[in-house]
Design a protein. Structure first.
Length: 241
């Protein structure tokens, strides 16, 4: 049984079908990449999985349970965490306070929440910054803080939305190592990413969409050579080459 399964997921905004009959399975323990050009429906798919948007049709299952119509907080409590493409930390709170707030998803006392937050910050390499205001962090630090906030909810499945966007080369290498470390800790990862170095390096399998529809799925080498994927990213002339 797959950890996460999407069955003919469709999301329409009026006459615009942003996600059209997308189906895939994410197996426990893997890193599963979701790629596609800008506007292809990737983030909308994430927003449907955690019910930030209600879906138009189709079904979503987590550990065999239908979660299609559950509320966002219920889905989080079941074990699905996520980050957002545009990071929005609680700017006037410290790094530790940001992660402590997320930890209340699992614990009920401030002591336990701080203990969990300290553990997560250490895991993410943010312990030295714990007393800094979140708004003072550079983009690389804010991206890590976004991940830390999600990890504090103890997810079994973590949805990462463009975690590496805006990072410099050394920060990108650090992001790759952190994602691998998360998988080694037992977390299954579904990741959206435009940076091909990252997605091709870490993914076990990749699902590609364009104009809201599936165009390919397979291991990184298979997807990188797929004609429809090349066409979607580079244009018809490259696909024919």
């Amino acid at each position: 049984m797959a950890l996460l399964e999407l069955q003919s997921l469709t999301k329409a905004f009026g006459g615009l079908v942003a996600v059209n009959q997308v189906s895939f399975k994410v197996e426990k323990g893997e890193i599963f990449g979701l790629i596609g050009p800008n506007g292809s429906g990737k983030t909308t798919t994430f927003n449907c999985i955690n019910h930030y948007f209600p879906i138009t049709s189709g079904d979503i299952f987590f550990k065999g349970r239908r979660i299609t119509n559950l509320k966002t907080h219920q889905i989080c409590h079941l074990g699905i965490g996520r980050t957002f493409q545009v990071v929005k930390p609680l700017a006037r709170m410290t790094v530790l306070e940001n992660v402590t707030a997320s930890a209340f998803c699992r614990v009920k006392t401030i002591g336990k929440a701080k203990e969990k937050a300290e553990e997560v910050l250490n895991f993410c390499g943010l312990s030295r910054d714990k007393d800094k205001l979140a708004k003072s962090l550079p983009i690389g630090g804010r991206k890590r803080l976004e991940i830390a906030r999600a990890l504090a909810t103890d997810p079994e499945l973590l949805l990462l939305d463009e975690t590496a966007a805006g990072l410099n080369p050394s920060e990108l290498d650090e992001a790759i190592e952190l994602i691998k470390k998360m998988r080694e800790s037992g977390i299954t990862i579904l990741i959206i990413e435009h940076i091909m170095k990252l997605i091709m390096t870490i993914s076990d399998r990749i699902h590609a969409i364009n104009f809201g529809q599936t165009i390919a799925e397979g291991n990184p080498k298979e997807v990188a050579k797929n004609r429809m994927v090349i066409q979607a990213y580079l244009g018809e002339e490259y696909a024919q080459g």
